[in-house]
Design a protein around this ligand. Sequence first.
Ligand SMILES: CC(C)(COP(=O)(O)OP(=O)(O)OC[C@H]1O[C@@H](n2cnc3c(N)ncnc32)[C@H](O)[C@@H]1OP(=O)(O)O)[C@@H](O)C(=O)NCCC(=O)NCCS
Length: 315
Amino acid sequence: MTSLEMRPLRAVDLAEAAALCQREIAYLPFSEAILKDRILDDPDFDPDLNPTVWQGDRLVGLACGAPPSEELETAGGVKLFAVASDLRRQGIATRLFDHIEDRLAGLGAGESVAIIAGNNRFMQGLDLRYTEALCFLEARGYERAGDGMDMDVDLRNTPLDTSEKEEELERDHGLRVRRVTMDDYQQAWDYVAREFEYPSALATAPVGRRWAYLATSGLKLDPPTLWMAEKDAEFCGFAVTDVAAPERLGPMGVSPEVRQLGVGTVLLKRALADLRDRGADIGVIYGAGPYAFYARTVNATINAVFWRLRKPLPE
Ligand SMILES: CC(C)(COP(=O)(O)OP(=O)(O)OC[C@H]1O[C@@H](n2cnc3c(N)ncnc32)[C@H](O)[C@@H]1OP(=O)(O)O)[C@@H](O)C(=O)NCCC(=O)NCCS
């Protein structure tokens, strides 16, 4: 067998990387554009945390790591990995992870998390359907640290019209929901970073700056995918799609003082209707925290369960 060589991922490798991921990782869409967005365009992209293994000029394994970021409140760890099916159980993933974990420890990271690392992610933990990956991670010392779920919404058969409710919100409460644009960038960032920093009913750890990063990432898309609720020219709720993971809805949040009025439902339905109008049949809610809210408002059903895994790294 030709010997194996390890080197950092380069932009020119993306087509081959997408092909490997399409073959080896079910349940997720992969393309060059998606990999560029999730890996190379992550503000903390570090080529040395993205090793690839080659057999001659054939890409046979890759793992994508990300450093911890205090600024954007993200943990360091691994966000994607795959090995060609004919070369499994030969230690390729072990080599890739040894490299990433050594480098993370060298950067001062106290832990490595899977598969919820970095700013631009693919998943919010390991989808439990990836059985071999779970076996591999547990054998490497990763332990379950939490869980999450995605939910599906049938966009063709779920009523998503909000016009009546929006009229009522405006008339009775002076509340409006609208798609925002780059002109609203700073105000949107400031609102989300402040409002969801801590304490938050939706999260056990501060998420304000991470959610602000995600919300405003929606402003860079065409058309923008960020929806905001506002009252007296101040924002009081948001929902965003296509940023936490490709073609997913989330995060979203409503300020405590305007909860229970239906603002969250309007934000959710406007964002889902937009996904539908751009061609999706199923809307996926990413990291559905309050799952009963999504089940009741849009008949969402759980489609995948994720474990967040964590491994302490040596000092
Ligand atoms: C998970 C994956 C990357 C492992 O790659 P690999 O190169 O075969 O892993 P290694 O050879 O380094 O395995 C090291 C150890 O992990 C454990 N392990 C790996 N695959 C396993 C399996 N199928 N069943 C049980 N244990 C397994 C074993 O302890 C193994 O050591 P051993 O072979 O001496 O028993 C590979 O199965 C894969 O590409 N799966 C599809 C991609 C995927 O699901 N990615 C996750 C989503 S991002």
